[in-house]
Unconditional design. Structure first.
Length: 507
């Protein structure tokens, strides 16, 4: 179906792909894996017409092709679900799904009703409850991801590229996507699937191609390999199981939340969070679990002073009540937030790696109020070294980094502020297995140094690995508080699906 022949792509200071050869058979689900920066997304962008300037050759159904843009690729039957969401925030879900292919009535006017009806059908295939007329910026990242998937499905392409399609989805949404993939396979659609989650790869793929540092390492039959071998090929070394041990010791209470509620104007439920109570100790990682819409992100926004509505209740930082009305106040008080939506809320895309890292710590580089560039560079380089950020240099554009390395840069930004509390909203979304292990060890070390961390994650094994305690939210209510030894996936899921009229277990 597809033959990739000697493809090379260079960016300033970086060779993203080097002499890559691959063959994809018609109707197969072929997985492409590798660490962040291995070249996976670059290769998929070439196949989908996003990148047009490269060396080498693409052969599609026996014919050499050279796409001039994404429209050429779509006309050839190739569509892509991007890892970094590619939606217009000001438009509705339906308008995004049919963007550039709008339907018109007999008078030549936009036929919104027809597009909304078709969009509802596509979203129904994904078994989700998104309103086709809702503006995309009002949707959470997971719902935006589902709109992106519906957009690709609307093209009815013979070749579908899925670049980390489950990175923002809950387990139930992932199960729905698996069912959609099964139906696509029955229709004979060829799927190229990129994922850092090897359990997904081994569940779905027939063959697996491994990239490392822009080069193809090997293509393997799923039945003839195992996750350990694939991980070793990805990173060029063995990745030991992450065992952080029990040597962390919780200190004094650094953050306390009392009866925190967040109104939800215009919604029948009336609130996004309701009477949430908990404490965070210095030196511990407190996990927040829950399904999509449970209130995980909203809770962190309340603590950081960035919630669109004013919460009620009390927030105490080191015993002193705080009422943040702006994120800058939270930063000055010693709270940092790594947002769930890296592209929209975390990065300054037009700036360099250095400028992104030092953004919140410029005072340290500005004695007398004047920024000293050498001092600023040293601050940035210290974080690049500490977090092992793969970059051509701190002067490189931050958008030239892979997704995982962008995330490391954002974490480095907040570490420079020397926070007392660090809020991490699904921080390893789109991060490969090697980088995850590094981030896990970093969080562990930060806690041993006394930092208090609140962590949300859509991956239960991650919470079970990292957290000293796990709070479970269901529709904005706290339904369980579990210690590391009490927590299991089953107990978390039972609490995450508990109806609000059921009695919540005592903390």
């Amino acid at each position: 179906m597809i033959s990739i022949e000697h493809v090379t792509k260079r960016f300033p200071g970086v060779t993203a792909l080097c002499d890559v050869d691959m063959q994809i058979a018609e109707g197969e689900l072929h997985a492409v894996v590798g660490e962040n920066g291995a070249g996976k997304s670059t290769l998929m962008k070439i196949l989908s017409g996003v990148i047009t300037d490269f060396d080498g050759r693409l052969v599609l159904r026996g014919q050499a092709v050279r796409f001039r843009g994404t429209r050429d690729a779509e006309e050839a039957g190739i569509s892509i679900i991007h890892q970094e969401l590619n939606l217009v925030e000001q438009l509705s879900a339906a308008a995004n799904i049919f963007l550039g292919r709008e339907k018109h009535n007999a008078l030549g006017l936009l036929d919104d009703r027809t597009m909304e009806r078709a969009a509802r059908g596509l979203l129904a295939q994904l078994e989700c409850q998104i309103d086709a007329r809702q503006v995309v910026r009002e949707l959470r990242v997971g719902d935006q991801q589902l709109v992106e998937i519906a957009k690709a499905l609307s093209l009815e392409s013979g070749i579908l590229i899925m670049d980390e399609p489950t990175s923002a989805l809950t387990e139930s949404e992932v199960a729905r996507l698996y069912r959609v993939i099964g139906r696509l396979r029955e229709r004979g659609v060829t799927i190229l699937y990129i994922s850092h989650k090897l359990d997904e790869v081994f569940r779905l793929a027939e063959r697996i191609t491994v990239l490392r540092d822009g080069k193809k390492v090997k293509t393997l039959e799923r039945s003839q390999t195992n996750p350990r071998e694939v991980t070793h090929l990805m990173v060029g070394r063995e990745i030991e199981a992450v065992n952080l041990g029990d040597d962390r010791r919780a200190g004094a209470v650094v953050l306390e939340v009392q009866n925190l509620s967040l109104p939800w104007t215009g919604h029948a439920r009336g609130w996004r969070l309701r009477n949430v109570n908990f404490q965070l100790h210095g030196g511990e990682i407190l996990g927040i679990a829950g399904l999509m819409g449970a209130g995980r992100t909203e809770l962190l926004e309340c603590l950081f002073g960035s919630s669109p509505e004013t919460p009620t209740g009390r927030i105490l930082l080191e015993g002193r009540e705080v009422n943040f009305t702006h994120a800058a106040e939270a930063k000055r008080a010693g709270i940092g937030l790594v947002t769930e939506d890296r592209k929209r809320l975390g990065l300054f895309a037009q700036m360099t790696v250095e400028e992104n890292i030092t953004m919140c710590a410029l005072r340290d580089a500005a004695p007398g109020g004047i920024v000293r560039r050498r001092r600023e560079r040293l601050l940035a380089e210290s974080m690049v070294h500490k977090l092992a950020v793969k970059t051509a240099g701190v002067d490189a554009p931050v958008i030239s980094l892979s997704g995982g390395n962008q995330q490391k840069a954002i974490i480095g930004r907040w570490l420079l502020t020397k926070p007392k509390v660090l809020l991490l909203d699904d921080p390893t979304r789109g991060v490969d297995v090697g980088a995850k292990a590094e981030l896990y060890r970093l969080m562990h070390q930060l806690c041993r140094d006394g930092l208090g961390i609140i962590l949300t994650s859509s991956e239960l094994p991650e919470l079970l690995t990292l957290c000293d305690r796990i709070l479970v939210l269901c529709e904005g209510r706290l339904t369980a508080e579990l210690t590391r030894h009490e927590a299991t996936e089953q107990r978390i899921m039972e609490a995450a699906t508990m109806r609000n009229d059921e009695k919540s277990p005592k903390p």
